[in-house]
Design a protein around this ligand. Structure first.
Ligand SMILES: Cc1cc2nc3c(=O)[nH]c(=O)nc-3n(C[C@H](O)[C@H](O)[C@H](O)COP(=O)(O)OP(=O)(O)OC[C@H]3O[C@@H](n4cnc5c(N)ncnc54)[C@H](O)[C@@H]3O)c2cc1C
Length: 378
């Protein structure tokens, strides 16, 4: 068989694969674009300028066909099917900011077996990956994410659809990580159990809420979680973590510090008056709509609360409401929110956040830290 050199170009529209017979004048291909993956090594157009033949022949494995990325794509298709193993996915579709770049792969496993097979395949190919919940606290930089985004969403069973057990005054609920907090809260409230009312308006999933230790109106998910099932990527096994080991603090948890995928959670709730619980849930939702700019895409409060102050108040006091960079603006309604008023890029959002941070630091000496996870390349 004729040996081939595999050259991969990750472009904005698709993953193209060039299979070139050895000896092809590589300059012809280089002229078509700026960046290429050559057997997993990223080379820039400029890299080739000096000695194109040397670069290609020294960095490229001469193989008899498909290269690393193509083999990975085929393997992921085998595990998930083409529809759930997508390439070159626009992450604006999957993040609440509606801004940012594309991911090389976007994968939606539906059960633990698929999740584990996908992670093993990515590890074998040396490809980075990121676990996404509902994308309400993630910003992907405009250059996109080089690797795979694995979505743990409502279709993921996590080994547990919503189950309720127990009798008397308490109920134990097992919910899979991909369920939305809102859906769990609704079900629980309708059954007359209390504990999730204040958290019901947080637009994330159970997994994302645990990772971030999400909270609102004085309640955090930490207050009601008993145990969590995780897949430990390094040890390739499923383990249960007890609440006493979750190291919860303000927007902090043990899940942030370990290579784990949250699969499901056991929550503890108390019996209450169904009507009062439903009324409280509605009241929290009204309060949110009244105070927060729900009409624009955002990731919620952009900055964490610094010790001894409120980020929103510091930003408002610095006169920064309405400050705008491109399509990104400090909300007029709630200064803690950076909103996408239309067509914001991740660069707009980050430039605005940088300016806010600088001005608040100059004025009040507080060092504001972003709350969302920021991933990908510029
Ligand atoms: C309008 C609006 C209002 C908001 N209000 C609040 C609020 O009141 N309180 C609050 O705390 N937050 C709030 N947020 C922020 C956000 O909703 C929370 O942080 C939420 O918990 C994120 O959940 P998610 O599923 O969207 O996670 P994502 O944004 O998808 O991910 C967040 C992090 O969790 C990790 N992660 C997600 N799922 C898993 C999993 N299964 N296993 C391992 N890691 C995982 C991701 O890798 C990422 O690092 C708000 C956001 C918006 C847009």
């Amino acid at each position: 068989m004729t040996p081939y050199i595999d050259v991969f170009k990750i472009g904005p529209a698709a993953l193209w694969i060039y299979q070139l017979p050895a000896g092809t004048d590589i300059q012809l291909v280089i002229d078509k674009g700026e960046r290429y993956f050559v057997d997993n090594e990223t080379l820039n157009k400029d890299d080739f300028a000096f000695a194109p033949h040397f670069m290609i022949y020294s960095k490229t494995k001469i193989s008899s066909g498909e290269g690393v990325m193509e083999r990975l794509r085929i393997r992921l298709n085998e595990i998930l099917g083409e529809n759930r193993a997508r390439i070159d996915e626009d992450m604006r579709e999957h993040t609440s900011f509606k801004a940012g770049g594309r991911a090389d792969f976007y994968l939606t496993p539906q059960n633990i077996e698929e999740l584990i097979s996908v992670i093993r395949a990515l590890n074998a190919a040396g490809t980075a990956f990121f676990i996404l919940g509902n994308g309400t606290n993630v910003l992907v930089r405009d250059g996109g994410y080089r690797g795979a985004v694995i979505r743990i969403g409502p279709d993921f069973d996590g080994g547990a659809a919503l189950q309720m057990t127990g009798a008397g005054g308490t109920r134990i609920i097992t919910a899979s990580a991909g369920m939305s907090l809102a859906a769990v809260a609704k079900k629980v409230a309708e059954s007359g159990f209390s504990g999730l009312e204040a958290l019901s308006g947080i637009p994330g999933n159970v997994g994302g809420a645990l990772y971030m230790n999400a909270g609102a109106y004085g309640v955090e998910i930490a207050d009601i979680v008993e145990k969590v099932a995780i897949y430990d990527i390094n040890n390739d096994n499923i383990v249960t973590v007890n609440s006493s080991d979750m190291e919860f603090a303000y927007r902090e948890s043990v899940f942030k510090r370990n290579p784990w995928v949250i699969l499901s959670a056991v929550l503890r709730l108390r019996k209450g008056d169904r009507t009062a619980i439903l009324r409280a849930t509605e009241e929290y939702a009204r309060e949110r709509n009244r105070k927060q700019p729900m009409e624009f895409p955002s990731a919620g409060s952009f900055f964490k609360r610094p010790a001894g102050a409120y980020a929103g108040k510091l930003i408002e006091d610095a006169g920064l409401k309405g400050l705008t960079v491109g399509g990104a603006r400090v909300s007029e309604k709630h200064a803690g929110f950076i909103v996408n008023i239309g067509g914001a890029t991740a660069a707009d959002i980050l430039a605005l956040a940088g300016e806010v941070k600088r001005r608040v630091s100059e004025r009040d000496g507080f060092d504001l830290e972003p709350e969302p996870r920021i991933i990908g390349e510029n």
